[in-house]
Design a protein around this ligand. Structure first.
Ligand code: PLP
Length: 437
């Protein structure tokens, strides 16, 4: 039964705060997607989060699937994380000197992850990726980087580049302020395309320092790559003495403790992490073999630093969160919950002949308005379908479900989502889809 569109929730206080914020920040926000430009209404100003819920300034409660864009795999305000952070904070906030906490988080990561022997902590995913690129260039003595259309790696200059025309091209800058000469060092290829890779390595023989790819591309929908393609990618990098960088800022500690690299069974040369390792505080990280990491200063000539890198409070949050993830059965439970959730939305839509496809892996899901069985490249996405997402997003907010405010963004299930809330969320999604179609 189509229950019809729900009346809009009150956004009065959020609207007031947003008006104020516009005086202070471009677009009223500190990160563009938060401005709700591609969905209806004013951005919601969040006041509080607990478990799988958030509350906005008007007191509306939502089941949250944005999870601060991924870091909150245990949900909001997790007691273990909060207690550890509170304990560590009593001793001061930052020293700009080594602390035992850095060792503790590093040990948790390195002992349980076969892809890194040595690591560096940064304060964001962007910094981690930027440093990984510099390391690859310093290590190989080459300048060119290959990236993929549809992958996002943060807002570092050389990666804010999109595909130009033609199969193998230098990219075009995708932000004003990025020098053309930077884009000249970035080759942008379509995902899941072995021919394009071959052509690029032929054309730029002995010039490519690294290929960077998201573990599972999850910033432009969820673009599942063929396992054979990822294996091919690893092989062609090896043949050409180019490094393979896996950007696991989303997938790291999300698909499992060892991320997408373990999922595919490949061994990237450099891995970047962020989001989950900070337990909700600002932490990024890159790591590699001891040999490659030996090129970072002060041991080697590749410079990288940070006033707040390895910040003790952030380390404490990471330690508490990762410790929980190592509990036996953690990922199995979380991933099972997610597949049940995604599959039942798919079943509902299929039964009703609604053209949607729910892509999911681990605890990441993406509801695509499409009748394609596979969406593996940015070009496969139907941009007009985002109008349908907009309607669904509004209907979901009005039914107490918070998804990130863009149809290109994935959703995250956390350990704090219980069967009860997932059941409620499913009902709300069903009713919203009835309105959309
Ligand atoms: N890499 C990937 C795959 C990301 O998804 C993001 C952010 O969403 C980044 C890098 C940049 O991380 P941050 O936003 O922490 O700078």
């Amino acid at each position: 039964v189509n229950t019809g569109s729900k009346p809009d929730i009150s956004r009065e206080k959020s609207a007031e705060l947003y008006e104020k914020a516009k005086n202070y920040f471009p677009g009223g926000v500190n990160s563009p997607v938060r401005a709700f430009k591609s969905v209806y209404g004013t951005p919601l100003f969040i006041q509080k989060g607990d478990g799988c819920f958030v509350w906005d300034a008007d007191g509306n409660q939502f089941i949250d699937f944005c999870a601060s864009w991924g870091p909150l795999i245990l949900g909001h305000n997790n007691a273990k994380v909060r207690e550890k952070v509170t304990e560590v904070m009593q001793n001061g906030m930052s020293f700009g000197a080594p602390t035992a906490l850095e060792n503790e988080l590093a040990e948790l990561i390195i002992k349980n992850n076969r892809f890194v022997e040595k690591i560096r902590f940064t304060s964001s995913g962007t910094e981690a990726v930027m440093s990984a690129i510099r390391l690859a260039r310093g290590y190989t003595g080459r300048d060119k980087i290959i990236k993929f259309e549809g992958c996002y790696h943060g807002h570092t200059d050389s990666l804010l580049v999109k595909a130009g025309s033609g199969l193998v091209t230098f990219g075009e800058t995708s932000s004003a302020g990025v020098p053309k000469s930077f884009a000249q060092e970035t080759i942008v290829l379509p995902l899941n395309d072995t021919e394009a890779l071959k052509q690029a390595f032929d054309q730029f023989k002995d010039q490519v320092a690294a290929v960077i790819i998201e573990g599972i591309p999850a910033n432009n929908g969820l673009l599942m790559q063929d396992a054979a393609y990822i294996e091919f990618l690893q092989g062609i990098c090896k043949e050409n003495n180019a490094l393979l960088i896996f950007d696991e800022v989303i997938t790291g500690f999300r698909l499992g403790f060892e991320g997408a690299a373990a999922h595919y069974g490949v061994k990237p040369d450099i891995v970047t992490y962020g989001k989950i390792i900070g337990g909700g505080l600002p932490v990024g990280m890159y790591g590699a073999s001891a040999e490659i990491m030996g090129h970072i200063s002060p041991d080697g000539g590749v410079y990288q630093a940070g006033t707040l890198s390895g910040n003790p409070v952030a380390m404490a949050a990471g330690i508490a969160q990762l410790t929980e993830l190592l509990r036996s059965g953690f990922y199995k439970d979380l991933n099972n919950k997610t597949s049940e959730f995604a599959e039942s939305i798919q079943r509902f839509a299929t039964a009703r002949n609604y053209k949607i496809k729910v892509f999911y892996i681990g605890s990441i899901f993406w509801i695509a308005f499409t009748d394609k069985d596979k969406i593996q490249t940015a070009a496969d996405i139907d941009h007009n379908s985002m109008e349908k997402f907009k309607v669904m997003h509004r209907e979901l907010l009005n039914r107490g479900i918070y998804l990130g405010p863009s149809g290109y963004e994935v959703g995250f299930v956390s350990a704090a989502h219980t069967k009860i809330e997932l059941e409620k969320a499913k009902r709300a999604i069903f009713d919203s889809l009835d309105v959309v179609f």
